[in-house]
Design a protein around this ligand. Structure first.
Ligand code: S3P
Length: 172
């Protein structure tokens, strides 16, 4: 797998709660690649948490910063890169990911996503009256775009290591 990648990175895309960070970290370990989480890199670059970036500068500025951080990380590949759920939605960011990475959509059912996002808050887009309805709307809007990724793997409601195994098989 590593030889086939060359300088390209494995880039995990998909909705909040799909398991991009957990699966990505373990996948990197299995492949002997470094792992980076774009959200964490953005927070480090800004010196602010993501909810604070959204609150102070707004989502468009967050998306600009996200694109710059992802472009920088992709130039430093190969690595396994977990991206925030909205990154792949922006044409220019998606273009960079497709050019310099192998994109993998981790696709999960609504109830799986909701169960996982409840475990970790700090997602400004889900601070709504009805987070489940918001998630459903995001699924509808985003799935057609996530479907442009090179590979799709179901993020099933099983141990994350089983999903890692599915990703490795899909890459093989
Ligand atoms: C977002 C997803 C978050 C984070 C930000 C916006 C989105 O990342 O980048 O809150 O638009 O879906 P995760 O997918 O890692 O939760």
């Amino acid at each position: 797998i590593r030889r086939a990648l060359g300088a390209r990175s494995i880039v995990l895309v998909g909705l909040m709660g799909a398991g991009k960070s957990t699966v990505g970290r373990r996948l990197a370990q299995r492949l002997g690649l470094i792992f980076k989480d774009a959200d964490i890199e953005i927070e480090a670059a800004a010196g602010l948490t993501i909810p604070d970036i959204f609150a102070i500068y707004g989502e468009p500025s967050f998306r600009d910063g996200e694109e710059r951080v992802i472009a920088r990380l992709l130039r430093a590949g190969p690595m396994v890169l977990a991206t925030g759920g909205g990154a792949f939605m922006r044409d220019s960011t998606r273009g960079r990911i497709i050019e310099l990475g192998v994109s993998i959509w981790l696709k999960a059912e609504l109830d799986v996503l909701m169960r996982r996002v409840r475990k970790r808050g700090n997602r400004p887009l889900l601070e709504t009256e009805d987070p489940e309805a918001t998630m459903r709307a995001l699924m509808e809007a985003r799935h057609p775009v996530y479907a442009q990724s090179q590979i799709m793997v179901l993020s099933r409601d099983v141990a994350h290591d089983r999903v890692v195994q599915d990703v490795l098989e899909a890459l093989d």
